[in-house]
Structures are given as C-alpha cells and as structure tokens.
Design a protein around this ligand. Structure first.
Ligand SMILES: CC(=O)SCCNC(=O)CCNC(=O)[C@H](O)C(C)(C)COP(=O)(O)OP(=O)(O)OC[C@H]1O[C@@H](n2cnc3c(N)ncnc32)[C@H](O)[C@@H]1OP(=O)(O)O
Length: 488
C-alpha cells in the first residue's frame, strides 16, 4: 500500500462528501449522481493507494453498487425486511439522480448532526427518546464458564461462540468460588449485560460475524440489512454513501445476527499498514438500543481488529449525539496516536468529533465480565484475609418488657462479633464512659462525662459547627445539664 499517495489524497471531507479514492471505483456508477449532490472530489489517480485488502469479487463493483441501491428484490430480502423496526423502509428513496454529479453538498453532511438532535426527527432523536433502559439483572455466579474467551481468527464468526482459543491467561483458583458468598455483590450493570449476551451467544441465539463484500449470498443479505440500519439510524447520511462504504471491499463490517436478522453493526476500514482502523458507521436497530448490544459489538470489534487485523487503535468521527456512547467504550477526544500514522488516511466529517480508542493488547474483550468477576473475587478474598467483615452475626435481642425497660442489659463486650472485630474495652468509644447506672462513684462518672463532652465540643468546633451558648453558661454547667438530662 502506497502510504504516500494516502497522504496526498484529495481532501475527503464528510461535510463535502468527498468519497475516498477507494470508493471512486465502486461508486463510479452510482456516484454519477446523487440527490445529496455529493462532490466527487476523489481523483482517480488516488485509487491505487486504497487497493482493497480483500479478494476482489468476480462481480463488478460498479454493477453491484448500482444494483444494490436500486434493486427492490434485494431490499425486500434484507434482514430487517419483516421486522417491526423499519430500518429498511427508507430504501425506496435510494434511487440516484443521474443529472447531478456534483457531490458538493456540504449542507447534507453538516446537518447530519443537527437534524438528529432535532427532536422532531422521527428516525433519529425521537427514537432514542423512547429508549428504555434495560433493568439490571443479577447474574448468578458460576464457575463453569471460566476460560471461555472470544479468541478467533479470520473473517467470519467472531466471539465466544466461534472461539476455539482461550483468552489472555487469567488464572484463578478453582475453589475461590466457594468462598464467594451471597453478601458479595454479584456484578454491576455492565457485567450483567455482557454476561447475558455472552450466554445468548453460547446458546447460539446470537452471533457476531465480520464480513466484507465477498459475494456470499448470506453475507450480502446481512450487509444490506446493516446498510438499512445505518440508513435509518443515520438519517442525514446520504444513503448511497452508506451503500458505497458498506459494500466497499476495503471495509469490513462486524454485525450482530439474531434469528438470522441483523440487529446492528459497525463498518470500519482497517489500515493494516498503519495498524489503526477507522470506524465509518456504527448503529443498532432502533428497538434494540441501550440493551448492551452496542457495547458487546464494540468489544467484538476490538478483539477482532486486534487479533485478526493486528490493529492497535481505532479512530472515528463520532456524531455529537453518540459521544457519550463512545466515551463509555474507551474512546477519548484526545488523539494520542502519532499524526503521521493517521493523518491523510481518514475522512473528515463535520458535526462530529474525532475520537480515539487504544486497543489493549491483552484484554479479553469478549469476556470482560468473567475477568471483572474474577477480580471481584480476588479483592473479596483479600478483604477476608484482612478482616471479618464478611461474617454476618444474628441481630441483638432487644426485646423489651411491657414497661419499656430492657429485659436484660447487654454489655458492650457481649455484642457478638465486636471482640472478633478487634475491639477491646480500653478502646476509644463506649468503654471510656461506663454507663452511669453501673458506676459506683458519681464523681467519677461526672469526670468521665465532662471529659467526653469537652472532646465532643472540640470535634464540633473543628468541624465548624456553631454551638451558641449564653456567655454566662459555662462548659461545665452545659455538661452537667447533659448529665442530668441523661439521668432523667
Ligand atoms: C461513527 C458513528 O457512526 S457515530 C454515530 C453513532 N450511531 C448513532 O448515533 C445511531 C443511533 N444510536 C445507536 O445506534 C446506538 O444507540 C449506539 C450504537 C450509539 C449505542 O448502542 P447501544 O446498543 O444503544 O449501546 P449500549 O446499550 O451498549 O449502551 C452502552 C452505554 O452507552 C450509553 N449510550 C448509548 N447510546 C448513547 C448515546 N447516544 N449517547 C450517550 N450515551 C449512550 C448507554 O446508556 C450505556 O450506558 P451505561 O453503560 O452507563 O448504561
């Protein structure tokens, strides 16, 4: 791959809709026009520098691209076709306008974000407004799934279901689970969602696959389904532009497949020589958002990109609306990747924020929940070594007689667990002040109590608590009043 020509490639701005040189070939038929007036800024001379890393198809990319944007049959068999979600409903307007070869419709891309922020936009923000957070479900702690990692090689099925390899070695004692008792919080919301989706993968109900345009019918149907979701969820992104990138053979798409239908996906372009990938589109179908699919998808993507493509970073122009999501996936607005590794390679998009994610070289991305669970166990074990806080004693019997007088006086030192926790009678606290009733010498009692009240007041002053006492009201008399009040 000629990196130089990358750097000298014409500006590929999302705002100007300048297609990547790599797309100019596939787009030559479809890009002859656009209702979005895209500017065909890419120079043919730049084509070579984006030679697709995948095996070329026997079908002409031109024909395919054009066909896919207008072929009703293909649209009708798209993965979302029969679904309640109308992610493919927009395809009727993907017919290209042949009279306009000008791709310079900056506004269509500039309004990409603003329109989606508009609450009146039915496909964008309004659908998001109706999202319902999935309830946190407690996950039963099991020891059986340890070691199942999403290691995988090659394009195709990704994740635990397809994995034969184990993840980066995390060794945990088998018997450690035995001491994992009920009073330890099983998992947080993140882990619960990940565990739940992972179980579905293992049960074969859900799968994550990664394909590019490879002429395999099933993959093509899925890619079209994904394209439809993108078109629906990114309503201001020109549809032919989406088609072009999804079908471009230098792009790959990680897709979520449920009941043979696409639920969502990410289309990215791996720049293998530069060891980074550019995320072009990312979306989950409307009725499945905020259920954890986006997170699991990103985790699969990271693992696949690291293990199969050898990437170390991802860059993306995140839509303003989705910045929060990307931050939760480990993306930052600060770009740490050296500029010479990415500048000139990726497309610029107006209305988006360039974000970066460093891919950890060891993390078992598709099995993070197991890792988190084991870390919890390890921390819990350590705490148990150092303290008895995990032991729960039965409550103290404070049953009272009818007159309200305690049936039996419980000595402090008799409270179950207190001594075991390291308490001794000489410690600061109750033991400094014997109960007034039990003390034989009232003068001693008063002395102790006065000392206690003084120290109490000192603490209160330190914490800037203002206690207003009359000038004539001495501290001793205040304490005395307190003692009397206690005795009363
Ligand atoms: C490069 C680009 O393509 S930018 C455009 C991104 N795509 C879109 O905006 C299309 C519309 N949105 C979507 O398709 C989805 O909502 C996605 C892809 C953004 C996120 O997928 P989801 O399945 O909803 O994400 P998931 O359920 O895993 O949520 C993960 C976390 O991100 C949060 N989150 C999800 N979407 C957003 C958002 N748009 N803004 C802020 N936070 C979000 C969730 O609340 C959740 O937080 P939590 O872990 O604290 O509970």
């Amino acid at each position: 791959m000629d990196t130089h020509s990358h750097l000298t490639a014409p500006n590929r701005s999302r705002s100007s809709q300048s297609p990547s040189p790599s797309h100019s070939a596939s787009a030559s038929a479809s890009a002859t026009s656009s209702i979005h007036k895209r500017k065909l800024a890419a120079a043919a001379a730049g084509d070579d520098d984006h030679l697709p890393p995948f095996a070329p198809s026997s079908l002409s990319a031109d024909t395919r691209d054009g066909a896919l944007t207008s072929n009703d049959d293909l649209e009708s068999i798209s993965a979302r076709g029969a679904d309640s979600d109308s992610d493919d409903a927009e395809d009727s307007d993907t017919v290209l306008d042949d009279e306009d070869e000008d791709f310079d419709n900056d506004s269509s891309m500039r309004t990409f974000t603003t329109a989606r922020l508009d609450t009146t936009n039915p496909a964008g923000s309004s659908s998001r407004n109706t999202k319902i957070k999935m309830e946190n479900t407690n996950v039963k702690i099991e020891n059986s799934d340890s070691g199942k990692d999403g290691g995988h090689t090659g394009t195709g099925a990704v994740g635990p279901a397809a994995a034969g390899s184990s993840g980066p070695g995390i060794v945990v004692k088998e018997d450690s689970v035995k001491i994992f008792t009920e009073n330890l919080q099983a998992s947080g919301a993140y882990s619960a969602r990940e565990e739940s989706l992972k179980r579905e993968e293992e049960a074969g109900k859900l799968k994550f696959v990664c394909y590019s345009n490879d002429d395999v019918d099933e993959h093509m149907v899925w890619l079209i389904g994904l394209k439809n979701i993108f078109a629906r969820q990114l309503p201001n992104m020109p549809k032919e532009y989406i088609v072009r990138l999804v079908m471009d053979r230098s792009h790959k798409s990680v897709m979520i497949i449920r009941r043979n239908q696409v639920v969502g996906g990410i289309t990215y372009r791996p720049y293998v020589s530069q060891r980074f990938g550019e995320i072009a589109f990312c979306a989950i179908t409307a009725d499945e958002q905020v259920k954890g699919y986006g997170t699991r998808l990103m985790n699969h993507l990271k693992q696949h990109a690291r293990d199969v493509d050898g990437l170390t970073h991802f860059l993306t122009y995140a839509d303003n609306n989705a910045v929060g999501y990307f931050i939760k996936q480990g993306f930052t607005k600060e770009i740490y990747l050296e500029k010479d590794r990415w500048q000139g390679y990726i497309k610029d998009y107006d209305g988006g924020i360039l974000m970066e994610c460093k891919i950890d070289q060891k993390l078992p991305y598709t099995d993070l929940s197991t890792m988190i669970r084991r870390q919890r166990q390890a921390i819990d074990e350590k705490i148990r070594e150092l303290s008895n806080c995990h032991i729960i004693y039965p409550g103290i019997d404070f049953q009272k007689k009818e007159a309200g007088i305690p049936k039996k006086i419980i000595k402090v030192e008799d409270i179950p667990g207190l001594r075991e926790a390291g308490w001794t009678p000489d410690q600061w606290g109750h033991s400094r002040f014997r109960t007034l009733n039990s003390a034989s010498d009232s003068a001693t009692n008063q002395k102790y109590l006065t000392a206690f009240m003084r120290s109490l007041l000192k603490c209160l002053k330190i914490t800037r608590t203002v206690i207003l006492l009359p000038m004539s009201y001495s501290l001793d008399s205040y304490c005395m009043d307190f003692v009397l009040a206690v005795n009363a």
